[in-house]
Design a binder for this molecule. Structure first.
Ligand SMILES: C[S@@+](CC[C@H](N)C(=O)[O-])C[C@H]1O[C@@H](n2cnc3c(N)ncnc32)[C@H](O)[C@@H]1O
Length: 238
C-alpha cells in the first residue's frame, strides 16, 4: 500500500478542484503536505462553516508543515492554528499565526496545556503516529475539552487494522473497535440489555454524530437534548 502520496501536477489538479479544501491543498507550493485525495472533500463537508472565522484548529502530526499552511489558506487569516509533533525539527517552522508544540500525542498533560493555551479547540485533526492506543489517548483527553460544536478527525484509521500499530481486525485495542464502541455509546439511551458498557449519557449528549469514511472517522460534537419524536398532519388511513 502506498503510504506516502504520489507526486502529482498541482496546477492540473488545482484547475479541476471541486471544493475549497482541494483548492487549498493543490495551491500548496511551499512546505510539503501529504493527504489522501478523498479526505479533502470530507474536510470541506465538515469544516466549511468555519471558513473566514477565528476557528481554533489543532493538528496532531506536523511532518513538514505543509498541512498547517494549507489550513491557513483554507480557513483564512483569522484561524488560530496549532500543531503538535514528536519531531523537534518542527520547531524550525516559524510562521505568523502558526504555533508549534513538541511532544507526544499520548501526553495528556501536554494536550491539556495546549488546549488551555488555545483558549479552547474547535477542530482536531489527528494525523500523528496512527498507533491505536495513542489515537485513543489523544481522543480521550481532547474530545471533552473541545467546543460544544467542535469536530474531531482521526485520520488513516486503516492503520487500525495493522498489528504493528496496535491494531488488527476486531482487535480489542484497535482504534476502529474503540470507535465502534463509541457508536454504541451514542445510542446508550436505547440499549435495553443490562449495561453491556458503562452507560455514558455524557458522550451521547455531547455528540451529534460519528461519520465513518474510508480511513477516517469524524466525530461531530453538538449539545443534544433528549430526542423528540414529532408528528404533524392528520391520520387518514385506518
Ligand atoms: C503523516 S505525518 C503528518 C502529516 C501532516 N499532517 C500532513 O498532512 O502533511 C505524521 C507525523 O506525526 C509525527 N508523530 C509520530 N508519532 C507521534 C506522536 N506520538 N506524537 C506526535 N507526533 C507524532 C511524525 O513525526 C510525523 O511528522
Amino acid at each position: 500500500m502506498e503510504r506516502h502520496g504520489a507526486w502529482i501536477d498541482p496546477a492540473v489538479e488545482l484547475a479541476r478542484a471541486t471544493n475549497p479544501a482541494e483548492a487549498a491543498f493543490f495551491a500548496q507550493e511551499d512546505r510539503l503536505a501529504t493527504k489522501w485525495h478523498h479526505y479533502l472533500e470530507v474536510y470541506d463537508r465538515h469544516l466549511s462553516r468555519y471558513r473566514g472565522k477565528p476557528v481554533r484548529i489543532l493538528e496532531l502530526g506536523i511532518f513538514q508543515g505543509g498541512s498547517l499552511q494549507m489550513w491557513r489558506r483554507y480557513f483564512g487569516p483569522d484561524a488560530v492554528i496549532h500543531g503538535l509533533d514528536i519531531n523537534e525539527a518542527c520547531t524550525q517552522i516559524d510562521e505568523p499565526g502558526i504555533t508549534v508544540h513538541i511532544g507526544s500525542q499520548s501526553d495528556a498533560g501536554l494536550l491539556r496545556r495546549i488546549a488551555e493555551a488555545m483558549g479552547g479547540i474547535d477542530v482536531v485533526i489527528d494525523d500523528a503516529g496512527h498507533i491505536s492506543p495513542d489515537q485513543i489517548a489523544s481522543f480521550e483527553t481532547l474530545y471533552p475539552l473541545m467546543a460544544p460544536d467542535g469536530v474531531y478527525f482521526v485520520e488513516d484509521v486503516h492503520a487500525s487494522y495493522w498489528p504493528d500499530l496496535g491494531g488488527g481486525l476486531r482487535a480489542p485495542g484497535a482504534f476502529m473497535e474503540y470507535a465502534k464502541r463509541l457508536l454504541d455509546r451514542l445510542h446508550a439511551r436505547y440499549v435495553l440489555d443490562p449495561d453491556p458498557f458503562p452507560r455514558d449519557p455524557g458522550f451521547a449528549d455531547a455528540t451529534q454524530g460519528i461519520a465513518f469514511h474510508d480511513s477516517m472517522v469524524v466525530f461531530e460534537r453538538r449539545r443534544k437534548p433528549p430526542p423528540r419524536a414529532l408528528t404533524v398532519g392528520h391520520r387518514t388511513l385506518s
